[in-house]
Structure formats: structure tokens, C-alpha cells
Design a protein around this ligand. Structure first.
Ligand code: FAD
Ligand code: SF4
Ligand code: SF4
Length: 490
């Protein structure tokens, strides 16, 4: 064990408090990653996770602030200083118990939460060192304890159930529609409150975007499966291949269940609406990622895949980065076309850096005017408009403005459109009493209640494409409101 960890641990054991100035000298522990040369040939995870020593060192950087500003910036209010204090004492199971009191999917959040914009952005250490990159690695530590528990079943008595299922039953039944992070969180919290929960999922595998959207090299499917297994230990029943609105109607579920939660996500991709979008070789990032992640295209799966030579991905968010990095692993030369500059890119800085390390080129201040095809109706390239930044728009970002007469031809054989998604319209269309806005997003009150009593909603189906942890935060709110209403009308 590192001398620094040893001396801190011995001093802590003697009850000695370690001065802040000393703690601030502990260097931030970088996340070990696979090197870019080898990782582009495999779908295996890029970030390798902390060793025990790295996790202990990183945990020592936490000052245990009594006001815990980091907690206020976590949508599910994980008790961050308390779980990190357990890592400092090498009590990892206890650390996980603290996290899972409010977070049903720690191994997933530790990997995919945009921590730099959530808990870590408020970290006192990052602020004291005047560098957000030096905030305590809260997500990395969360991932460490969840992985440690999975890898050390012998250390966890009573079959890995750090948050046991409730002993009491309420006699109430809850149906959850959609098994993404919003639905799974409602399911976990309702089961722990003693309600009988059934989750209905349209696809053959549960998990929502965690399963079909986020690629294996960022979130291995065995991690998603392990977290789902934990939920099953709470007594949650998951029924896949069940499309609500077709297999069963909402009215049918209302007759059997006391409350419904709609967590159907935002699976309706947006397109460019330009000439050539109907050519062979144009697809949405959703379709591309689903084929590769869920249906294992290119890896002996049950859907064909065209091995592209040159792929262009349109967009600058995390979905664009994921699609580009998947295409790179399928041996294509990959180019991202983004209409603003690097400073305005919505993708996480880490994802952009990983994409560039893997040999993906980003072309800034360009937008497609049309997609050009061959005589056989296949994509052969893009006509791109050059842009410059003008005045700021309502989002505060500077808007791109065309540079007159400045267009280029860019040769490619595949175009992946990653411009964002709107909520899934199917279910709402089958329920006339369910109020939605102009984008098809379900309208809810502050308790996630829809226009129909005892029908709740949350996650991307309510606010459009956002983040895993925001969907989970709304899931927690809905579960609490369901339990409160059951108590008020037994
Ligand atoms: P979803 O995860 O979309 O789940 C909805 C589920 O409902 C789906 O499984 C769907 O099949 C099912 N469903 C839909 N209609 C029906 C029906 N009628 N009957 C039954 N089931 C139905 N967020 C992050 O925080 N970090 C990231 O790194 C990140 N990367 C992303 C990468 C990609 C490629 C994508 C697409 C999104 C990413 N996001 C990321 C966003 C994040 O995944 C979503 O915000 C989150 O999954 C929303 O959760 P949800 O439960 O609302 O919906
Ligand atoms: Fe620890 Fe940072 Fe939270 Fe303070 S703000 S308790 S240093 S993680
Ligand atoms: Fe931070 Fe996400 Fe963990 Fe909350 S769940 S503490 S936002 S990494």
C-alpha cells in the first residue's frame, strides 16, 4: 500500500484529524484507460476503473465538508461525504450500502453520469484548487465500490443484497411502463416500499438506453445485467417484449394496477429534413447504435451491417460521439460534422478527447445542405455549407450563420444523423386523457403526476432527451409520491 495512504490511515485510526492543507496535496488520481491503438479494435470498456490503492488515495482528497455542496448537485442526493468516508477506512460494502439508499444503479451512474456538471462541479476541493478537473472523483469512487462488491461476492454475506427488499407489503400493485433508468428507479423504490411491481418493456432486453444506446465500451452490458439482477432481488418482475399501447392498453393496466408510471423515454430521432435523407446509407444514431449494441450487428448478430469506408456523423452531443466511436471500431474512417465550435459542443469533454485519440476527425462550423447519392441510390457524399458564429441564441450559445458562397463536397458512404430525440409518441396517442406538449412530452405536476390520477411519468418521456441521473431523480420523486398517495387513500 502507498506510504501516503498508510500514513493517513494510521493517523485516522489514532483519531488524528488530517489538516485540509495536507489533504489538498494528495494528487488527483487519473482514471486508467486502455490505450487508443488497441481499444479501437475491440468493444471492451475504455475506462478500466480504480485499483483499491487509487480509490483509497482519491478518497483521502475528500474533506468531508459538513455542508456537502456536492450532495445538493446530485439529482438523487447520494450521501457523498459519508460514502467516501467509508472508502477511506476500506469499508467498501458499507460505502455501497450508503449509496444504494438513494441510488439503485451505482455501477451505471459511476460510469455515465456527467459528474463534471453535477456533483463534482460543486466540490470544495475543485473550487479551492481553482480547477474543476481537480474536484474529488466522486463518480469514479462510486463505480469503484459498486464494482468491488460485484467482484467480491465472498465479502458480502446474504447474497449481495445491500438494500434488502421490504419485509412489509402494502397490498398495492404498481405497473411501470419502460425499463430505462426512470422506470427501474421507480420499480426499486416502490418494491422497497412494499408494493408489488411489474415492469413492462417493449424491447427483448430491459435497460432502455443503457442497453440499446450507450455502447459496450462505455457501459458493459454485464454491468447493466448485474444491476438488473439486484433489482430482481427486491422482488421486481420484468416483462419484456410487451409494448404498452399495443400488447396491453393503458386502460387494461389501470384495471389491474393501483398506480402506473410511464417511463417510455425519447426514442423518436430527429432528422435534417434535407434532400437525400432517403438514400441508402443514411440512418439515425438510434438505429445504428441499436443494431450494434442490442442486435450485435458486425459481431455475428441477427441484423446485417454495411461495413462503411467513410462515415460522417452529424451532431456534437454524446450520442454523436457514441455513434462515431462505434463506427471507428467497425473499421471506418470517421468524421464528425458540427455546426458550432469546440467550445459549444454539448458532448462531455472526456468523450470528445477519447474520440479524437481514436482517430476521429471533427469538422467544426459546417452543416450539410444535401446528401448526394450514386445512380444506385446509395450515399456518395455530402454538400457542406461553411458557417461562422453570429449572435447568441436563447440557449446562450452563439448561433451559426452561413458564409455566403462557401460550400464543399465531402465524400462518404454512410451518414449517421445524431441531432437529438423527441419523446416516444405511441403510448400517448392511445390515451386521449393524457396531456402532452407540442413535442409530445408528457405534462406532469411537481410530483410527476400526469393529467390522469394515479398515472405518473418521468425521465425523457417528460422533458425530452436528457441524462440518466435526471431520469432517476424523477423516478425517485414519482415513487415517493405513489407511496404517499397510497398512504392517503388506503
Ligand atoms: P429510456 O432509457 O429511453 O427508456 C425507455 C424505455 O421504454 C425503453 O427501453 C423503451 O423500449 C421502452 N418503451 C418505450 N415505449 C414503450 C411502450 N409503449 N411500452 C413498453 N415499453 C416502452 N445520459 C447520461 O447521463 N450519460 C450518458 O453518457 C448518456 N449517453 C447516452 C448515449 C446515447 C446513445 C443515448 C441515446 C442517450 C444517452 N444518455 C446519456 C441519455 C440517457 O440515456 C437518457 O436520458 C436516459 O436513458 C432516459 O431514461 P428513461 O428511463 O427516461 O428512458
Ligand atoms: Fe468531499 Fe468535495 Fe463533497 Fe466536500 S464537496 S464532501 S470535498 S466530495
Ligand atoms: Fe454524482 Fe451521479 Fe453519483 Fe449523484 S449519482 S453522486 S450525480 S455520480
Amino acid at each position: 500500500m502507498d506510504q501516503l495512504v498508510l500514513s493517513f490511515a494510521q493517523r485516522a485510526a489514532r483519531g488524528e484529524s488530517i489538516p485540509v492543507q495536507e489533504r489538498l496535496k494528495v494528487p488527483a488520481q487519473p482514471m486508467p484507460v486502455q490505450d487508443p491503438e488497441s481499444r479501437i479494435h475491440t468493444m471492451s470498456e475504455v475506462a478500466l476503473g480504480y485499483s483499491e490503492q487509487e480509490a483509497r488515495l482519491e478518497s483521502l482528497r475528500c474533506l468531508g465538508c459538513p455542508t456537502a455542496p456536492c450532495v445538493a448537485h446530485c439529482p438523487v442526493a447520494v450521501d457523498i461525504p459519508r460514502f467516501i468516508a467509508q472508502i477511506q477506512r476500506a469499508r467498501y460494502r458499507e460505502a455501497l450500502q450508503i449509496i444504494t439508499q438513494t441510488n439503485a444503479l451505482p455501477a451505471i451512474c459511476g460510469r455515465v453520469c456527467p459528474q463534471e456538471k453535477q456533483c463534482q462541479c460543486a466540490c470544495t476541493v475543485g473550487i479551492a484548487l481553482k480547477d474543476p478537473a481537480h474536484a474529488v472523483g466522486i463518480g469514479r469512487l462510486e463505480r469503484f465500490v459498486a464494482d468491488w462488491e460485484r467482484e467480491h461476492p465472498e465479502a458480502v454475506p446474504e447474497q449481495r443484497a445491500p438494500c434488502e427488499k421490504s419485509e412489509k407489503t402494502s397490498g398495492k400493485k404498481v405497473a411501470v411502463i419502460g425499463s430505462g433508468p426512470a422506470g427501474l428507479t421507480v420499480a426499486a423504490d416502490c418494491a422497497r416500499a412494499g408494493h408489488a411491481v411489474t415492469v413492462f418493456e417493449a424491447l427483448p432486453y430491459p435497460g432502455g438506453v443503457l442497453q440499446y444506446g450507450i455502447p459496450e465500451f462505455r457501459l458493459p452490458k454485464q454491468i447493466v445485467d448485474a444491476e438488473l439482477e439486484r433489482l430482481r432481488t427486491y422482488g421486481v418482475v420484468i416483462k419484456t417484449d410487451t409494448l404498452i399501447g399495443r400488447t396491453f392498453t393503458v386502460a387494461e393496466l389501470q384495471r389491474t394496477f393501483d398506480a402506473l408510471f410511464i417511463g417510455t423515454g425519447a426514442g423518436l430521432p430527429q432528422f435534417l429534413n434535407i434532400a437525400g435523407e432517403d438514400l441508402v446509407g443514411v440512418c439515425s444514431a438510434n438505429e445504428y447504435l441499436t443494431r450494434v449494441n442490442l442486435m450485435k450487428a458486425g459481431r455475428g448478430g441477427d441484423t446485417p451491417l454495411f461495413y462503411s469506408k467513410v462515415v460522417t456523423v452529424i451532431g456534437g452531443g454524446n450520442v454523436a460521439m457514441d455513434a462515431a466511436r462505434v463506427a471507428r471500431r467497425l473499421r471506418a474512417d470517421v468524421h464528425i460534422i458540427y455546426r458550432r465550435t469546440r467550445a459549444e459542443m454539448p458532448a462531455r469533454a472526456e468523450e470528445i478527447a477519447h474520440a479524437e485519440e481514436e482517430g476521429i476527425t471533427i469538422h467544426f462550423l459546417r452543416t450539410p445542405l444535401q446528401i448526394i447519392g450514386t445512380d444506385h441510390g446509395r450515399v456518395s457524399g455530402l454538400q457542406l455549407q461553411r458557417l461562422r458564429l453570429g449572435a447568441a441564441d436563447s440557449s446562450g450559445r452563439r448561433s451559426p450563420v452561413p458564409e455566403s458562397g462557401q460550400t464543399d463536397f465531402f465524400a462518404c458512404d454512410t451518414v449517421i444523423v445524431a441531432l437529438g430525440n423527441h419523446p416516444n409518441p405511441l403510448l400517448a396517442r392511445t390515451v386521449s386523457a393524457l396531456n402532452t406538449d407540442s413535442r409530445g412530452a408528457i405534462i406532469v405536476d411537481q410530483d410527476q403526476v400526469t393529467s390522469i390520477p394515479f398515472v405518473f411519468a418521468g425521465g425523457d418521456s417528460v422533458h425530452g432527451a436528457a441524462t440518466v441521473i435526471l431520469a432517476m431523480g424523477e423516478g425517485r420523486k414519482a415513487a415517493a409520491a405513489i407511496t404517499q398517495r397510497f398512504a392517503a387513500s388506503p
